[in-house]
Design a protein around this ligand. Structure first.
Ligand SMILES: NC(=O)c1ccc[n+]([C@@H]2O[C@H](COP(=O)([O-])OP(=O)(O)OC[C@H]3O[C@@H](n4cnc5c(N)ncnc54)[C@H](OP(=O)(O)O)[C@@H]3O)[C@@H](O)[C@H]2O)c1
Length: 283
């Protein structure tokens, strides 16, 4: 049986769809803290089990019968190290044979503030003795395109990335990679650096918004603190704004750039282009 944590999330749902295309629904265990969110998957025959990272004592039972587990990193930044440790320990006691984990691009050397929890999780997985694949995912294209409409309306893209290039890929491409590894990967103890085939600067992103929309859009650089303040002004909680601004500033120095194209080799197709992602977001 193949289990996926965070199955109600945007990436988790896409992974489950990929698995459904390749294996019987009854072989898939969707792990979720609120099973009510996955009634549609229950109707398709997927096994849905309650799985709250904070409810440690219940995790091993929820993994009964699972052979291969995808741990999608938690969205609760700052609480992820103990949460992920609890999942890894439960996987061990439940007899799970293989774990894949969605880490961060170049997690071992990344200067992003987000990287620490991923490094700690990678270390816990290695220490566990489980067979593993670390899926070091780069930035999502959707991190940019989710604001595309607003950016076109304002004619401005803001960020601290300067001329830094980002090799972003769509959630759908990372999901295809995760499903493939869960289903097919036979050798453990691997680390994959996954990112988009092509990189872009925020000026390129603004130019793509302008091309696709037919309206003028320019990139405006903001220093990290000013960007964080601007994000808070549009309603982001301070902690989230600070993480986004930190990531944007570190991307200026190439922290989210990668040209190995391991993701497209793994999924057997080119990754979605920025232009296609912007076109879809503005449609
Ligand atoms: N590479 C990138 O650019 C990037 C960007 C954003 C996030 N990420 C990371 O990648 C992960 C997946 O991305 P995404 O877009 O799918 O995020 P998402 O849509 O926010 O999904 C996060 C998932 O984590 C679950 N979760 C949170 N706390 C939990 C807990 N205590 N117990 C069990 N499940 C819990 C959520 O469950 P609920 O539905 O119950 O909330 C949800 O299913 C994120 O969680 C984050 O670690 C990466």
């Amino acid at each position: 049986m193949y289990a996926v944590t965070g199955a109600s999330g945007q990436l988790g749902r896409l992974v489950v769809q990929e698995l459904l295309a390749k294996t019987d629904a009854g072989n898939i265990v969707a792990l979720v803290r609120d099973p009510g969110k996955l009634a549609d998957l229950v109707a398709q025959g997927v096994v849905v089990r309650r799985f709250d990272y904070n409810d440690e004592t219940t995790l091993a039972d929820a993994l009964a019968g699972v052979d291969r587990l995808l741990l999608i990193s938690s969205s609760e930044i700052g609480r992820r190290e103990p949460q992920h440790r609890a999942v890894i320990s439960a996987a061990k006691s439940a007899g799970v044979g293989f774990i894949a984990y969605t880490s961060l691009l170049k997690a071992d050397t990344s200067p992003l503030g987000l990287a620490g929890e991923h490094r700690a999780t990678e270390a816990a997985i290695k220490d566990s003795g489980l067979s593993y694949v670390l899926l070091r995912n780069g930035w999502y294209l959707e991190n940019y395109t989710m604001s595309a409409g607003m950016e076109v309306a304002h004619g401005t893209v803001i960020g601290s990335t300067g001329d830094g290039r980002v090799s972003a890929a769509s959630r759908a491409d990372y999901a295809a990679a995760a499903a493939k590894v869960l289903l097919d990967w036979s050798t453990g103890q691997q680390t994959l650096e996954l990112a988009g085939d092509d990189s872009f600067t925020l000026a390129d992103y603004a130019a793509t918004l302008a091309n696709v929309s037919g309206k003028p859009v320019v990139y405006q650089y903001l220093p990290k603190d000013a960007f964080s303040a601007a994000l808070q002004n549009v309603g982001l909680p301070p902690a989230v704004a600070s993480v986004v601004a930190d990531s944007s500033a570190n991307a200026a120095d190439g922290a989210l750039f990668d040209e190995r194209r391991e993701l497209s080799r793994l999924i057997g197709r080119p990754t979605q282009t920025l232009s296609d992602a912007v076109t879809a977001a503005l449609a």
